[in-house]
Design a protein around this ligand. Structure first.
Ligand code: ADE
Length: 242
């Protein structure tokens, strides 16, 4: 998969050299490049922002550097890349969206800062890109970079070969609408706290039933919205601990 990230803070994306994403890049599974938006300016101050028409607080990102940057990134590609612009006004990012993005050949990320990017950039970009405005959650970050780190990690780990043990992708929170069950490792008693007996029983049927029940209870306690959204869980399921 090819990934391009455009930002005025390229160093913010340095963690994409680490851990499994860094390894995937070195292994040739991810072709990821970070571009400095200021390289697409032509004035002495490398200006990327200006005051908003109509007044108001803060600054707006100028269209010209964005237009040049996005043209440059899409210059040598045949198919329409997906352009992801993180922002608090976007569609909520979900595991389903991560799965969908993982099927694309080429993702381009535009990291906005200040009050946002001139709206005409989105209109113009739609000629060459499938444009998606994506929000990490209902809170405001200072810019898109942190969101890009999260989205790239969530997408890249779904690509074949990025995670060593593909089984670990199956039983995860959000893969089937329920949160994950609790996990334990040695020692069997730590700090006076014992690992639940069922996990030491060797009875795989019982272990699977216990884990499913834990997932239901956790989801009901922490994310009741998920249970209601899936509509697949009767309240009685939550009280049946067998
Ligand atoms: N940029 C600023 N706030 C954001 C958010 N909540 N999600 C994604 N990008 C953002």
């Amino acid at each position: 998969m090819r990934l391009d990230v455009v930002s005025i803070f390229p160093d913010y994306l340095a963690p994409l050299d680490l851990s499994l994403i860094g390894k995937a890049r070195r292994d040739g599974l991810l072709d990821l490049k970070v571009h400095d938006l200021r390289d697409f300016t032509h004035d002495r101050h490398r200006t990327v922002d200006d005051s908003p028409y109509g007044g108001g607080a803060g600054m707006v990102m100028k269209p010209e550097p964005w237009s040049e940057a996005l043209a440059s990134v899409a210059a040598d590609v045949d198919a329409r890349p997906t352009l992801i612009v993180p922002g608090p006004g976007g569609t909520p990012f979900t595991q389903a969206m991560a799965r969908d993005l993982a099927k694309q050949d080429h993702l381009v990320f535009a990291c906005g800062r200040y009050e946002g990017i001139d709206e005409r950039v989105y209109e113009a970009a739609a000629e060459a890109y499938d444009v998606r405005i994506v929000s990490l959650g209902d809170y405001v970050l200072n810019g898109g970079e942190v969101a890009v780190l999260a989205i790239v990690e969530a997408v890249a780990r779904l690509l074949p070969g990025v995670i060593g043990n593909a089984d670990s992708l199956v039983e995860e929170s959000h893969e089937d609408g329920l949160l994950e069950y609790p996990v334990y490792t040695k020692p069997p008693v730590w700090d006076g706290r014992a690992v639940p007996d069922v996990l030491l029983s060797g009875d795989h049927g019982k272990i699977a039933a216990w884990r499913h029940q834990q997932r239901l209870e956790r989801t009901a306690a922490r994310r009741p919205d998920l249970l209601h959204a899936s509509g697949s869980v009767a309240v009685g399921d939550l009280t049946d601990g067998s």
